[in-house]
Design a protein around this ligand. Structure first.
Ligand SMILES: NC(=O)c1ccc[n+]([C@@H]2O[C@H](COP(=O)([O-])OP(=O)(O)OC[C@H]3O[C@@H](n4cnc5c(N)ncnc54)[C@H](O)[C@@H]3O)[C@@H](O)[C@H]2O)c1
Length: 351
């Protein structure tokens, strides 16, 4: 690739993650959105052209259906891939694993999301932990929302020399807001049948050194996930030392109950007030005044906006695969600036 040319990015699957990835790519000054491909021909695909993005059908049949519905269609996925340097697959779980065959045939770099297994690409991505390992690769997998939060927070403790082992309980949102008329639990809590739940082992696909076990339960709300962690430190530590470790990550935002941020809906409202697209909380929002250190034991809780947290990671994964920017910190800083990551600390002051 010519060093000065913008990276042309295709997004396949314009759902919860795909629409946010498309918007985030459009905001990067070193990238351009080549277009978006999907299979549906309703209001969701209509929003693609409304935003000024080029729309493609996943195959001829879907492109024809879109045309019949009066949509302005630029061709098929094949045409889109021909006009792109890299494709981000945001189709539902297991669909991407099949699309990978198409990408390999065409010879285009690709990113899949956390619904797919590590083996689909052989590399799992969280920017602060595995950017360098993704440089120049054919593909990577941006891990799931929960796994991203686990790797970000535990890496911060690990890098400060504080992490021995971590045990977490995850309260998982039932479904995504836009599709909550189609399903999702009510008036119950559904424990995941196995311990450990998959997120702990999945974090080790990014960093095999992490000693982490997770347990999870599905809860009847749609806003976000909530995690509680008990961590054995390498030595007794002060609370301020731990907070300093978390502050070292630009993608962990310290918040406080004392500021009135006492529930996940209040944090989402803050994102709306900050003018974030889709009210996205890209950061792990970790309560500094709830955090407790007792000798060498650490306890804390945080919120994960499942719809948003993987978006900055996906943008960084694009740069890593293309390989023009070799330094993770440079990519992270560019992504953060383009998405407004850092505005929480500015708005709330020192936490
Ligand atoms: N929703 C979340 O909170 C979340 C968080 C992190 C990661 N992920 C992962 O991101 C991926 C996408 O999840 P999502 O929640 O955005 O799904 P989604 O169902 O909201 O969106 C998927 C989109 O892909 C389209 N699609 C389906 N089959 C297609 C095909 N063959 N070709 C092109 N488009 C097709 C659908 O019409 C839909 O618009 C999954 O791997 C998921 O596990 C989801």
């Amino acid at each position: 690739m010519n060093g000065n040319r913008k990276i042309r990015v295709a997004v396949n699957g314009y759902g919860v993650i795909g629409k946010r990835v498309a918007d985030a790519v459009a905001r990067q000054d070193d990238m351009e959105l080549a277009g978006v491909s999907d299979i549906n021909a309703d209001w969701r695909s209509r929003m693609v052209t409304q935003k000024g993005y080029r729309l493609f059908g996943a195959a001829k049949e879907q492109a024809d259906l879109m045309r019949e519905a009066g949509l302005d269609v630029s061709g098929t996925l094949e045409d889109l891939l021909a006009a792109a340097d890299l494709v981000v697959d945001c189709t539902p779980k297991h669909v991407a694993a099949k699309n990978v065959e198409i990408y390999r045939q065409v010879g285009i770099k690709f990113i899949v999301q956390g619904g797919e297994k590590h083996t689909v690409t052989g590399h799992s991505f969280v920017a602060e932990s595995s950017y360098v390992g993704a440089l120049d690769r054919e593909s990577t997998r941006v891990v799931s929302c929960n796994t991203t939060s686990i790797v970000r927070t535990l890496s911060a403790l690990k890098n400060a020399g504080l992490l021995r082992r971590a045990r977490g309980t995850l309260l998982r949102r039932a479904t995504d807001p836009w599709e909550s008329h189609l399903g999702g639990i009510m008036n119950t809590l559904v424990p995941e049948p196995e311990i450990p739940s998959h997120q702990g082992p999945d974090a080790k696909s990014v960093d095999p050194e992490l000693d982490v076990v997770t347990m999870a339960v599905k809860v009847p709300e749609t806003l976000a996930h909530l995690h509680y962690w008990a961590v054995q430190l390498t030595r007794p530590a002060e609370k301020e030392e731990v907070l300093e470790a978390f502050r070292s990550s630009s993608r962990i935002a310290l918040i406080r109950m004392a500021d009135g941020l006492t529930a996940i809906n209040t944090v989402k409202e803050l994102m709306a007030d900050l003018g974030r697209p889709h009210d996205n909380l890209y950061e792990v929002a970790l309560w500094s005044d709830m955090l407790k250190v007792e000798g060498d034991e650490l306890f804390y809780g945080y919120m994960v906006d499942n719809q948003a947290i993987v978006i900055p990671e996906t943008v960084d994964a694009i740069r890593a695969l293309v390989g023009q920017i070799r330094d993770p910190n440079e990519s992270i800083a560019r992504t953060n600036a383009a998405l407004g990551i850092g505005t929480i600390a500015k708005a709330l002051g020192d936490q």
